[in-house]
Design a protein around this ligand. Structure first.
Ligand SMILES: Cc1cc2nc3c(=O)[nH]c(=O)nc-3n(C[C@H](O)[C@H](O)[C@H](O)COP(=O)(O)OP(=O)(O)OC[C@H]3O[C@@H](n4cnc5c(N)ncnc54)[C@H](O)[C@@H]3O)c2cc1C
Ligand code: FES
Length: 261
């Protein structure tokens, strides 16, 4: 874990409420693994006081990329940053997705709902580098909620898109699109990040078809480093269950360990 107090914002792209940042932060970029996140101090002022968690969208030795949707005050302040501005970032944090050698030659399905697509670009690149065959399922309410389709396509990923209102791609929930594909070609593993209702349905689909799955959970976070107990979630633990800190033990958990509310 590193603190980069002077990380330089290199470039910004935006699509409505969605923003993509390229950030010069070599120490964070070098250590990052897919599924990990950073805590960003959005401003020098005291409101909002707490850092905001954002998944690592991509990383290399020069820095990281972030992809976020404006949700409230903190992400609103971030969205007004300009290239050349400085960001104060702590990371990489948490435990990410499992990318094992056992996936060589095998299909892996990556399922992102809305802003939940953020960590799946880095994951897809890591899976491809490990010899797996990633296919990305990207769902949103409308065409405006899936702005990264072009990026995934240009990077050569097999891409399946869906919109709830049918304005682009498959018409309906991304979970229905994924289940159709699971029935057609069962993957070795499914990875997912998105709203809880989407992941809960996906967890029952993957369990029904006996496909291992990993889910990246979200929680409001106070510190991001295991100090405040602000992010606990009930997880199956051996024969019983217990509370774990998502920031420390997660945010990624195997499907069979998650107790969905
Ligand atoms: C590990 C992790 C990784 C994340 N990665 C991304 C990412 O890559 N891109 C992205 O767009 N967002 C991501 N988020 C969500 C992001 O952190 C929140 O949207 C952000 O903190 C909201 O801050 P705000 O000040 O803009 O909104 P606030 O004013 O704090 O909140 C606005 C609304 O959003 C709700 N909210 C706040 N935080 C969360 C949260 N963590 N989960 C669910 N609802 C929340 C609040 O209850 C409120 O209704 C991630 C969250 C976690 C825990
Ligand atoms: S956010 Fe503080 S313990 Fe997880």
């Amino acid at each position: 874990m590193t603190i980069e107090r002077n990380a330089r914002l290199r470039a910004v792209r935006s699509w409505g409420d969605y923003f993509h940042f390229s950030v010069e932060a070599p120490a964070v970029g070098r250590g990052a693994r897919p599924g990990q996140f950073v805590m960003v101090k959005v401003d020098d002022c005291t409101s909002p006081l707490l850092r905001r968690p954002l998944g690592i969208h991509d990383a290399d030795a020069g820095g990281i990329e972030l992809f976020f949707k404006v949700a409230g005050a903190g992400t609103g302040i971030l969205s007004r940053k300009k290239p050349g501005d400085r960001l104060d970032i702590i990371g990489p944090l948490g435990k990410g997705f499992t990318v094992g050698d056992g996936l060589k030659g095998k299909k892996a399905y990556l399922v992102g709902g809305g802003r939940g697509i953020a960590p799946l670009f880095f994951l897809g690149r890591a899976l491809a580098a490990a010899g797996a065959r990633p296919a990305v399922f990207y769902g949103g309410r409308t065409a405006a909620d899936i702005p990264l389709c072009d990026k995934f396509e240009q990077a050569g990923f097999e891409l399946h898109c869906s919109t709830d209102d049918g304005s682009f791609g498959f018409s309906g929930f991304v979970t229905a699109l994924v289940e159709n594909e699971i029935i057609r070609a069962k993957p070795a593993i499914v990875y997912a990040c998105g709203p809880d209702p989407m992941m809960k349905v996906l967890a029952s689909i993957t369990a029904k078809h006996a496909v291992p799955a990993e889910f990246s959970l979200e929680s409001i976070m106070g510190c991001g480093i295991g100090a405040c107990w602000g992010c606990v979630h009930r997880i199956k633990d051996g024969t019983g269950d217990g509370w774990v800190k998502i920031c420390e033990e997660g945010p990624v958990f195997p499907g069979e360990r998650i107790l969905w509310l």
